[in-house]
Design a protein around this ligand. Structure first.
Ligand SMILES: *[C@@H]1O[C@H](CO)[C@@H](O)[C@H](O)[C@H]1NC(C)=O
Ligand SMILES: *[C@@H]1O[C@H](CO)[C@@H](O)[C@H](O)[C@H]1NC(C)=O
Ligand SMILES: *[C@@H]1O[C@H](CO)[C@@H](O)[C@H](O)[C@H]1NC(C)=O
Ligand SMILES: *[C@@H]1O[C@H](CO)[C@@H](O)[C@H](O)[C@H]1NC(C)=O
Ligand SMILES: *[C@@H]1O[C@H](CO)[C@@H](O)[C@H](O)[C@H]1NC(C)=O
Length: 561
């Protein structure tokens, strides 16, 4: 209620400007910007008050409208007459407005901004025949001026109300019409420029009314310093989709193309508030890019590239649409400088899942650095592949650079044991570390022409994987007379299993314990491998037998002890 009635007071001043009103000049001092005060308008009968709170000043009317030419100068106030009021009389005004220039004559105060034009209109009641004084020839006479030293008794001075909040800001959208409440509960429509001008000439009283009107104006008129421009895309950036149409949330009726919006900012047609709106819209819908393109973006990260350029990648263009393209295409666009740094980060996230990123020139050694496959013929099953894969083929493919890091890790976890991964220079002894077979002519594998000595040569030449070598050791201990490498002590080592290689993998081979012909001495194990099977297969089935033999031996040993 209070605000409404206050606004009504203002509107009665602005809209029903028939009665004489009290006008207040801006604080009559040297303005900070040292530019002439904004012009005011007044009606005949209005009273204009000048006052100052610092410095030594006076008030004169200069019919010359200049600071220097004091001819015909009329003193309104001496340096002692503070404040001073001047009431405009009929002779001061005209239907088209007569300009009176008020200045301070002290020192160079006039040149430094203490200069204000007031355009005075004759009142509506003035008869058409009235001749307004011409400012060239007919300055106001002494009879039309009154000076007074009376200080207004109460209340704040009615000085300029800067509806944009301060001296420097002006409404960017001068033609925009704002609605202000009127006494009959209706709204009155006034242009931003009109309201701003009313505030300048003191027609909007200070205090609550000025505050309320300022709120409305600042919200709707886009207040900004004179000359404010807005580089919507940013300096040295430009829109990449000039023809896309957009609107600003605060002004949904105006449709801009991206190019128009950019231009509007450049020429100062956007307020600071609109500029902020425009910046976020133009980034999302119009796409801003540096005039020379962005820095290259590697979607896989620096020094990395997609291992699967043909793989599909799905990109979120915005909240609702997605497109599918290939990793290779996105990678090319990235290297060409198409993507902003922020977009690049998004794409890197998407690519890390979809594009099998790997260091440039990446190769995979499925056994790991310095190791290689010793059972290239073995087939293995790896969870990420639907088909059986071959150890040797995988090793070759990896070194050829066609296995991704993810695949490499999955293969490697299986390959280490199944493919017999071993250091490139791995050798072993079938008897275990530090031991050699003494009975080199003994038959090692029944049915195969392989002696303990030949098996040991294979082992020492590096042809056996650690795994297979481990499998051989129990058999060698039984058959080959294993003994210390450089020691002739004949103590048996059967009950003293080697420190390593003594734990062959479980469940190799298919024999069940009940079928196993376990001999009490182990020396005459009657195993007849199917003819034509490979050594590995024999070893697989043998190993179960050997395990059982050892178990029975150790239980015997336990019994003996
Ligand atoms: C003041 O009015 C005079 C006469 O119309 C004009 O020549 C002068 O430029 C005006 N000065 C300002 C600062 O508006
Ligand atoms: C300010 O202006 C209002 C409206 O014109 C008037 O009612 C009020 O008395 C003025 N205040 C002073 C201190 O002159
Ligand atoms: C991106 O680079 C590739 C290869 O360098 C080129 O063929 C393509 O035309 C470029 N695209 C753009 C949009 O510059
Ligand atoms: C491994 O798989 C291939 C193809 O599936 C097959 O030809 C080959 O005989 C298999 N090798 C072994 C040792 O099972
Ligand atoms: C092992 O066999 C080789 C050749 O067959 C023979 O020369 C050698 O004497 C044999 N050694 C033993 C210990 O029987």
């Amino acid at each position: 209620m209070l605000l409404l009635s206050l606004v009504v007071v203002y509107l009665s001043v602005v809209v029903v400007h028939v009665q004489a009103v009290d006008l207040f000049a801006p604080e009559w001092v040297i303005p900070n910007n040292e530019l002439p005060y904004p012009s005011m308008t007044a009606m005949v009968g209005d009273t204009l008050t000048f006052r100052w709170t610092e410095g030594v000043h006076d008030v004169h009317i200069h019919p010359s409208h200049t600071c220097d030419d004091t001819e015909g100068s009329i003193e309104i106030a001496s340096t002692d007459d503070n404040p001073t009021t001047y009431t405009f009389v009929e002779a001061d005004g005209s239907p088209d407005g007569t300009v009176h220039t008020f200045v301070c004559q002290v020192g160079t105060h006039c040149q430094r901004g203490m200069y204000m034009n007031v355009t005075v209109f004759s009142s509506d009641a003035t008869s058409p025949g009235d001749e307004p004084p011409t400012t060239e020839t007919e300055a106001p006479t002494d009879t039309t001026t009154t000076t007074t030293t009376t200080i207004p008794p109460t209340g704040p001075a009615n000085v300029t109300c800067y509806v944009c909040g301060n001296e420097d800001d002006i409404p960017v959208l001068g033609d925009t019409v704002v609605e202000l409440p009127s006494s009959d509960g209706d709204f009155l429509s006034l242009s931003c420029q009109q309201v701003y001008d009313d505030g300048l000439v003191g027609r909007i009283p200070q205090g609550d009314i000025c505050d309320f009107v300022s709120l409305v104006i600042q919200a709707q008129c886009g207040c900004a310093p004179a000359g404010f421009t807005c580089s919507v895309c940013g300096t040295n950036f430009q829109v990449t989709n000039p023809d896309v149409e957009v609107t600003l949330p605060s002004d949904p009726d105006t449709i801009y193309t991206c190019a128009e919006l950019e231009a509007a900012g450049d020429v100062g047609a956007l307020s600071p508030g609109q500029c902020i709106e425009a910046e976020s819209i133009i980034q999302s819908d119009c796409g801003c890019a540096p005039i020379g393109g962005f820095a290259a973006c590697s979607i896989c990260g620096d020094g990395r590239e997609s291992f699967r350029p043909e793989a599909e990648i799905t990109l979120d263009d915005d909240a609702t649409t997605t497109t599918s393209t290939t990793c290779g295409d996105v990678q090319d666009l990235g290297f060409n400088g198409t993507f902003s740094p922020a977009r690049c980060v998004e794409l890197q996230l998407a690519a890390s899942a979809a594009c099998s990123c790997a260091p440039v020139g990446y190769t995979c050694n499925i056994c790991g650095d310095g190791e290689s496959v010793t059972s290239p013929e073995t087939n293995i099953t790896v969870s990420i592949f639907p088909e059986v894969v071959n150890c040797g083929a995988m090793e070759t493919a990896g070194l050829d650079g066609t296995i991704t890091p993810t695949e490499c890790a999955a293969i490697g976890s299986v390959a280490a044991v199944a493919c017999g991964c071993a250091p490139n220079d791995f050798t072993c002894s079938i008897c275990g570390d530090g031991m050699v077979p003494t009975d080199r002519n003994a038959t090692f594998i029944p049915g195969e022409v392989l002696t303990c000595g030949e098996a040991q040569e294979l082992a020492e030449s590096g042809a056996l994987s650690p795994n297979k070598c481990g499998l051989y050791q129990p058999l060698a201990l039984l058959r080959c007379g294993c003994d210390d490498d450089d020691d002739d002590d004949s103590s048996t080592t059967i009950s003293d299993p080697p420190a390593d290689g003594g734990s062959p993998p479980p469940a190799v081979g298919g024999d069940t314990p009940s079928e196993s012909p376990v001999g009490s001495g182990g020396a005459e194990t009657p195993i007849q491998p199917p003819s034509g099977t490979r050594l590995d297969d024999q070893m697989s089935s043998l190993s179960t037998v050997i395990l059982l033999s050892l178990a029975s031996l150790s239980s015997m040993w336990v019994l003996v002890v």
